[in-house]
Write a protein that binds this ligand. Structure first.
Ligand SMILES: Nc1ncnc2c1ncn2[C@@H]1O[C@H](COP(=O)(O)OP(=O)(O)OP(=O)(O)O)[C@@H](O)[C@H]1O
Length: 273
């Protein structure tokens, strides 16, 4: 089933005393439930602009965007905000964790609208999610006490705690070294798949892109399907090459056949919080 469909979507901005700037041109994209899509593009190709549309943060200048069978133009802004809060999880290059808040407090943030009496339930959901990304023993660590890879795993837990149907990862490994980035990406791919979420990874890193099942290239606002580019050779001392779906076990709590995954918080449960 198509979770997200873009049909001939454009995005244009009017500039004072200049020609309009056509940032996105006739974008067609369909993302299924459980899909993993990579979008690769150079700086200035329109990636952030596209991400804002995919995340229901912005509207197309023309064309149609349909989320979960509902055309964007038929959603009122409050409905769109609720959809975004409930169904879309964002992961950014710079983690964007709240300084001075512990790992578990950060992961609980998307659940904060819940009534105060549900505090322990929210805490349990957040703790389960942190356990799932291998940080079950670091619940009370502050961001400054965590490595870059660990901070990104907290950000992944935060993005997934409400059981979103779509995860948008914008250069998710951009602030990490090659080895840590590959392991974090493998984990993200795995938890997204386990929770049945669609994952769209926007990146300039072809190794990160190679994990996706479908590949696109964005060039001057034009999106075209592409094949996976060959992976970069791995430098001496860096991580061993990973397969298309590498095991994330070294991170700690990733599932294996012998040790099944901790349950992903049930979206419907999280939704009712
Ligand atoms: N509101 C705006 N007004 C004017 N120009 C804009 C606006 N938004 C984006 N642009 C321009 O549109 C182009 C695409 O911007 P966008 O931020 O989407 O690129 P990007 O691929 O995300 O780049 P990067 O990888 O460097 O972040 C850029 O040339 C940018 O300067």
């Amino acid at each position: 089933m198509a979770l997200l469909r873009l049909e001939q979507v454009t995005r244009m901005v009017e500039l004072p005393d200049a020609e309009p700037l056509h940032i996105l041109r006739g974008i067609d994209l369909e993302v299924e439930v459980g899909d993993h899509v990579s979008i690769v593009g150079r700086s200035g190709s329109g990636k952030s602009t596209l991400l804002n549309l995919l995340g229901l943060l912005d509207e197309p200048s023309s064309g149609r965007l349909v989320f979960d069978e509902i055309p964007l133009e038929r959603m009122r802004s409050g409905q769109r905000d609720r959809r975004r809060g409930r169904d879309v999880g964002f992961i950014f290059q710079q983690f964007n964790l709240l300084a001075g808040r512990t790992a578990i407090e950060n992961v609980m943030t998307p659940l904060l609208y819940a009534p105060p009496q549900q505090f322990w339930r929210r805490r349990r959901l957040a703790a389960d999610m942190l356990d799932r990304v291998g940080l079950g023993s670091r619940l009370d660590a502050l961001p400054t006490q965590l490595s870059g890879g660990e901070q990104q795993r907290v950000a992944i837990a935060r993005a997934l705690v409400r059981g979103p149907r779509l995860i948008l990862a914008d250069e998710p490994t951009g602030a990490l070294d090659v080895e840590t980035g590959e392991r974090v990406m493998a984990l993200l791919d795995q938890v997204a798949e386990d929770s049945g979420a669609a994952l769209i990874t926007i990146t300039h890193d072809r190794n990160v892109a190679s994990l996706a099942r479908r590949h696109y290239r964005l060039d001057q606002g034009v999106l075209t399907p592409s094949t996976a580019e060959p992976r970069e050779p791995v430098l001496a001392g860096a991580a061993a090459p990973v397969a298309a779906r590498p095991a994330a076990a070294p991170l700690g709590a990733a599932p294996t056949a012998a040790t099944p995954a901790a349950p992903i918080p049930n979206p419907t449960t999280a939704e009712t919080l």
